[in-house]
Design a protein. Structure first.
Length: 277
């Protein structure tokens, strides 16, 4: 469930936490001025969802940009992740404390398992349940989990994941996974939604863009948000950050959505977790 009224668009997780539909992702954003400036531009443009991770090394930059923005902490949805090297029960709790210190907050809005490491992901999830129960994480979720990984987790977990963050675009729709998540109340969150620019010149995509008056990047983002996905964008350029959020101001007609649905070809640009046990 959620609202879909442009830049105020949100999705509501099963535990009642509202997630802004569009978020700025800081993957490969270099720590320091460039990350801080990107977050500052995003907040000024109306973004209220910032996605970082301990692996990225820029959590402190999120804190600094938020402090300088004049916004209150609770006005911005902050997500971060525990990396593979820190997984395990005690290790994850310590990793979260380091992230909270870097972010300058006593809680994150979403804490995620970054990768389904076979030997440590169960203990890691137990740690996330602890973080949720004591308020250090308002919601908890996973990244790069397939149906197999979710089935295994749901077979024993006391708290189900609120989110599964995966690569997803019209060219990689992961329909079985999305259907499974819908049945089990798990919000799908899309990264690499712009295919890392590798499909921006697709003829069908360009045709939809021409009809709608949007750029091809905006079309990809609007397809994802209209399909009910929380969607992450990655950019360090002000003009792209502002262009991306403007995509939420336009609704694509059903015929164009159907044309985009027909583009699915299993095209990946990021890690493939399919063979992880």
């Amino acid at each position: 469930m959620g609202t879909d009224d442009g830049r105020r668009s949100t999705r509501t997780l099963d535990n009642g936490v509202a997630v802004p539909t569009l978020g700025l992702e800081l993957y490969k954003a270099p720590p320091g001025d460039r990350s801080r400036q990107a977050v500052a531009w995003a907040l000024a443009a109306g973004y209220r969802h910032i996605d970082t991770a301990s692996l990225y090394g820029n959590e402190a930059d999120v804190r600094i940009a938020l402090e300088q923005s004049g916004l209150l902490r609770d006005e911005v949805f902050i997500a971060t992740k525990v990396w593979k090297d820190d997984m395990g029960y005690d290790q994850t709790l310590r990793a979260c404390e380091r992230s909270l210190e870097e972010l300058g907050t006593d809680h994150v809005d979403l804490y995620l398992v970054h990768w389904p490491v076979p030997e440590s992901r169960d203990d890691t999830w137990r740690a996330l349940q602890t973080l949720a129960s004591d308020g250090r994480a308002r919601a908890i979720g996973v990244c790069n989990y397939t149906v197999h990984h979710l089935e295994q987790l749901l077979s024993w977990a006391d708290v189900p994941p609120a989110v599964d963050q995966v690569e997803l675009s019209p060219f990689l729709q992961q329909r079985e996974l999305c259907e499974y998540c819908t049945r089990h109340g798990i919000q799908v969150e899309a990264y690499s939604a712009l295919t890392r620019k590798r499909r921006l010149k697709d003829e069908q995509l360009r045709a939809v863009a021409a009809r709608s008056g949007l750029s091809t990047a905006q079309v990809l983002l609007r397809w994802a948000t209209q399909r009910g996905l929380v969607t992450l964008v990655k950019s360090l350029k002000r003009e792209h950050i502002e262009e991306d959020i403007a995509a939420l101001d336009v609704e694509l007609p059903a015929a164009d959505m159907d044309a985009l649905d027909a583009l699915d070809e299993g095209f990946r640009v990021a890690w493939d977790p399919t063979d992880v046990e």
